[in-house]
Design a protein around this ligand. Sequence first.
Ligand SMILES: Cc1ncc(COP(=O)(O)O)c(C=O)c1O
Length: 418
Amino acid sequence: MIRYSGRGAFSPEIIDRASGTTVVTEDGRELLDFTSGQMSAILGHSHPEIVATIRAQAERLDHLYSGMLSRPVLDLAERLAGTLPAPLDKAVFLTTGAEANEAALRMAKLVTGKYEIVSFARSWHGMTQAAANATYSAGRAGYGPPAPGNFALPVPDRFRPDIVDADGNLDWRRQLDLAFDLIDAQSAGSLAACLVEPILSSGGVVDLPPGYLAALRDKCRERGMLLILDEAQTGLCRTGDWYAFERDGVVPDILTLSKTLGAGLPLAAVLTSAEIEQAAHERGYLFFTTHVNDPLPAAVGNTVLDVLSRDRLDLRARELGDRLRGGLDELAGKHQVIGDVRGRGLLVGLELVGGPDGADQLGAAVTRRCAELGLHMNIVQLPGMGGTFRIAPPLTAADAEIDRGLEILDKALTDETS
Ligand SMILES: Cc1ncc(COP(=O)(O)O)c(C=O)c1O
């Protein structure tokens, strides 16, 4: 196998099957999946309604010439627009998060006639060209020159503040002002867009402080830039709202969705206003791919929306998120190596700050021990930070599964620090 993850190796066991919150190895060992696969399976694995949709749609209409439209695609576009504030009512469906960001960035550049892109210094937007150029958390070195005109914005990290007020708390307004002073100084006068996650996930589960997104939108407006929000991980109820940006009362110019939209199957979307779509079209907007607007994944997207709204999984994400947070806060009171617990709904970060051989070693050891005890966890390790667990179980998890995961984490932390 080609190893593609940068640092980590593959998990040692081969996975045979999965259902709900449980992943089962070839040897029959069960693991609780606290990462929802690759942060995507918000309805758990092999949800019976998704399985039924795939069966039925594969029999009826799977793939089409990219210039043709089908009912599942039209329905999904209309229904997604119904979950979003005006004027986000134009959609295109793609396959991956990187692809959606690529399509959004091409649109922003074409519509503004500019090319410079601003994103967070710990961002992750994907592995294709423009998305990778806007990704700073990993993978920049060794792949030749990044495209000119990409600028990094410092992360407003309240746990590790770099610019502080008189009380020692993060002064994010000053940080943002200074960041744009620097960006303006470096810009060739071609600022096209800001591309950001409302909660940086691969950047260590950093929730933007309330008010930050509105201030960022204002910075964009002042410069004629578009605001693109990447809700790959935060969209579709995971944070307790349908979209994380709802908390801030900010409507992006372009929204990208991916992971959670297909709930584990490859489906992504770009949504924007009729005005931006029209301007892009008039300038000859091109994003013609093999699987654009394919009916099979769109049908899955419709079923994801059915289940999310029928089962009120936005509310369930809040409820389960409170349970998870409560348990993690208790663990933080007990284990000194836990420096911070943060996040929203069922996207929670737990940052380790110590351990006998440092937070990196401890994070790796706790991850391994959790796996031995039956819990799959993911840790983000970035320079200048401790190790941060990204905890994101499916929205369909049972209370008892959350409790069991907490028990395992507690035991793993105890085992690895004593
Ligand atoms: C916020 C965000 N955007 C985009 C991507 C890229 O998605 P994909 O891997 O589907 O291309 C990811 C993947 O982790 C992500 O977390």
